[in-house]
Design a protein around this ligand. Sequence first.
Ligand code: SAH
Ligand code: DHB
Ligand code: MG
Length: 217
Amino acid sequence: MSDTWNAVDAYLAETVIKPDPSYKAVYDASVVAGLPDIAVSAAEGKQLHLMAKMSGARRILEIGTLGGYSTLWLARALPPDGKLITLEYSPKHAEVARANLAKAGVGNRVEVKVGAALDTLPALQGPFDFFFIDANKDGYPDYFRWAVKLSRPGSVIVADNMVRQGTVTDAASSDPAVQGVRHMLDAVAAEPRVEASVIQTVGSRGYDGYLVAVVTG
Ligand code: SAH
Ligand code: DHB
Ligand code: MG
């Protein structure tokens, strides 16, 4: 199936998604710098952009920057006076991202904070309107709790890689990423201030899915 999924992603990129060349520039520079090839696809990036716009986000928090590919999609959804903070553990990834985002013209709207997210989150001042969680999966339960803490009613929380080729249903999994995602889903289910769904996806990044949640209270 993956040939079909790739072909459809390529077709959609040429038709409705139409990323301007700066997105490919960020992606290519990240790969050339030796960063892992795990950014969201163009279709997912555009979807993030649209969700941020639909929510009217003025302040966005991203956890997991890599080379700034998803960051650029989100930053371009902001109004001119909007602001995005993105948290990245690796100083090398952060440096590549800063250069990429400056070149793409959003350097003034984006702040890349280096360190383990659990160390940098406590210093942040909420509320944020939109969250994108995409860092180490064993941290997802904590990142979700932090997002709720830094939210306001109406804030949107999106999290990547929630389905993991269907392994998310394996309660006995020894994969810490699977357990991280499962424990986050337990935390979401137990949080009365949040309504959520997970959409399964296929495409150039294989079979996965993302969580969308809204803070209601
Ligand atoms: N959102 C990016 C991809 C992020 S990949 C995109 O779609 O373009 C995950 C990133 O999370 C990696 O860069 C990794 O270094 C970072 N990361 C891993 N552990 C982390 C932690 N504890 N705190 C912050 N970032 C972390
Ligand atoms: C990995 C991380 C991601 O955020 C992703 O979208 C795909 C893969 C990983 O750590 O392998
Ligand atoms: Mg991801």
